[in-house]
Design a protein around this ligand. Structure first.
Ligand code: PEP
Ligand code: MG
Length: 543
């Protein structure tokens, strides 16, 4: 029996047999050719075949994992047309008089290395996409190219890494879970795993792939990130029991749908859900959340080639608001920067990006981008119960500037006779120690606070949330964090504002009672955790 640890990116417990998924690491031969025109034609043909395959994958992804997650395959199609990439391939064929496979393989590797050397984690993760595209092109040049990712029934797929297109092609009916040696939580593969709703663990280390074989028995605990290969009888029985309990727990939780979030002695709290894309609204409704407490709008901007237009944003916000049918939807304005980057913003590389140009700072400097989003938000507000929230606030003058821009946008809409809601709540994230400490000054200016415990923890404890090395020091239960939350709660209430928590800590049920005692009004959690938190609330007595 071997035990490995990785990063759980999708919860749940799976027990099954391993299917080792190894991308064919065919040695690409370097063949000299006479007829370079023929090789260039073979490359062009491969491109059009790859394009057809990708548009089919896009359709499948669209059905199974939604538009935002499927977008990566559109990007792959665009990559096929990338001038630099194509010029490099053609240049190698012509100058070196070599076969097209070799030219693609060298180009793919060069581009992947270029991405790998970038400082930005998002861009580094793009090396997988470039490799994916290049190996697709090479396989399109071979005779027996088919685009299947065959897996046995009920298997746990183990791979060094899975490219996004390989992940989406895995047959969800057959795959119980997947485990990869490599990969980052930032990669599209990890994001897709979460939306496929099967247990998944990444970044386990190469040792796993060196030791595991087809048909090995495996346990995957997506909650703890634990992978157990060929468990002994006792461990297997323990996990079978755990899996049953997990199943029963999930079934039992379903009975809580439609029930109130109320303690035994009558204290009520709102339990809302966090989303990053329009497609997540289905999960919000399925899990009976009372509203949306955080829509991370920056996901509309990520993975794109250019800014989403006002109309595109308006349609996304309107769909969410209409689908929520009058329930509150808190949309957070663009929180770009630090770990969330998009090329077309052309943000400068920074020494300390988490302490740099991010969130509201970008919006207050690049006001055109901000006002476009505000216009889309106000227009959409006519279609539901919208609240607008601003990230990364550290000072009261930021709120003054924001409010004056909101007024300007509303005046423009008035001048153009465009309707918008008349009761839009305005709130800020409390995710910097500064905001918590001056929450008495900030509260009179807004309708609500929402505590971003992810950033509040990193800034209060001086622990980079991206850095696994400081994990032990990054104690989310630290008294400093709890004191700041309590302090902000008191100041919100003193000034007639409500307060919620939308960071990961909101779903930590060991703190639910503490938060209710503090007087927190709302907890906003991932949709699949709504009923778990409701259950915790209903079993407690406060007085
Ligand atoms: C937070 O910081 O807790 C938060 C909710 O925002 P994000 O995780 O998107 O930075
Ligand atoms: Mg944050």
């Amino acid at each position: 029996m071997f035990v490995y640890y990785g990063k759980g990116v999708s919860g749940g417990i799976a027990l099954g047999r391993v299917t080792v998924f190894e991308r064919e690491h065919k040695q690409i031969r370097r063949d000299g050719v006479e007829d370079t025109t023929l090789e260039k034609r073979r490359f062009e043909n491969a491109k059009s075949k790859a394009h057809d395959q990708l548009s089919k994958i896009y359709e499948k992804a669209l059905r199974e994992v939604g538009e935002t997650n499927a977008e990566i395959f559109n990007i792959h199609m665009m990559m096929l047309e990338d001038d630099d990439y194509n010029e490099s391939v053609i240049g190698i064929i012509e100058k070196q008089k070599v076969n097209a496979e070799y030219a693609v393989s060298v180009t793919g590797e060069n581009f992947a290395m270029m991405f790998a050397s970038m400082d930005d984690a998002y861009m580094r993760a793009r090396q997988a996409d470039v490799r994916d595209i290049s190996s697709r092109l090479i396989s399109c040049m071979s005779e027996e190219n088919d685009d299947k990712t065959e897996t046995e029934n009920n298997s746990i797929v183990c791979a060094y890494d899975l490219a996004p297109s390989e992940t989406v092609l895995l047959d969800k009916e057959k795959v119980l879970a997947f485990v990869t040696s490599r990969g980052s939580a930032n990669s599209h593969t990890a994001i897709l795993a979460g939306s496929m709703n099967i247990p998944a663990i990444i970044s386990v280390g190469d040792e796993l792939m060196q030791n595991v074989k087809d048909k090995d028995m495996m346990i995957v605990d997506g909650y703890s990130g634990r992978v157990i290969v060929n468990p002994d009888k006792k461990t297997l029985e323990k996990y079978e029991k755990k899996q049953n309990e997990d199943f029963v727990k999930k079934e039992r939780l379903k009975r809580l749908k439609g029930k109130d979030n109320v303690t035994k002695d009558g204290r009520r709290i709102n339990i809302y859900a966090n989303i990053g894309a329009v497609e997540n609204v289905g999960d919000v409704l399925l899990n009976d959340a009372g509203g949306i407490g955080l829509f991370r709008s920056e996901f509309l901007y990520l993975g794109k080639e250019d800014y989403p237009t006002e109309q595109q944003q308006f349609e996304a916000y309107k769909t969410v608001l209409e689908s929520m049918a009058g329930k509150k939807v808190v949309i957070r304005t663009l929180d770009i920067g630090a770990d969330k980057q998009a090329d077309y913003f052309h943000l400068e590389k920074e020494e300390n990006p988490a302490l740099g140009f991010r969130g509201i700072r970008v919006c207050l400097e690049k006001t055109d981008i901000f006002k476009t989003q505000l216009r889309a938000l106000y227009r959409a507000s006519a279609f539901g119960n919208l609240a607008i929230m601003f990230p990364m606030i550290t000072n009261d003058w930021e709120i003054d500037e924001i409010l004056s821009m909101c007024d300007e946008v509303k005046r423009q809409l008035d001048d153009n006779g465009i309707p918008y809601g008349d009761n839009i709540e305005i709130g800020i994230m409390i995710e910097t120690p500064a905001a918590a400490i001056i929450s008495d000054i900030l509260a009179p200016k807004v309708d609500f606070f929402s505590i971003g415990t992810n950033d509040l923890t990193q800034y209060t404890l001086a622990c980079d949330r991206q850095n696994g090395q400081v994990g032990r020091f990054c104690d989310t239960h630290h008294k400093a964090i709890l004191r700041l939350i309590e302090f902000a709660t008191k100041n919100a209430h003193k000034n007639g504002a409500w307060i919620g928590i939308c960071g990961e800590l909101a779903q930590d049920t060991s703190l639910t009672e503490t938060f209710i005692r503090m007087g927190v009004d709302e907890l906003s959690v991932t949709p699949s955790n709504v009923l778990k938190v409701r259950q915790r609330v209903r079993e407690m007595k406060i007085e």
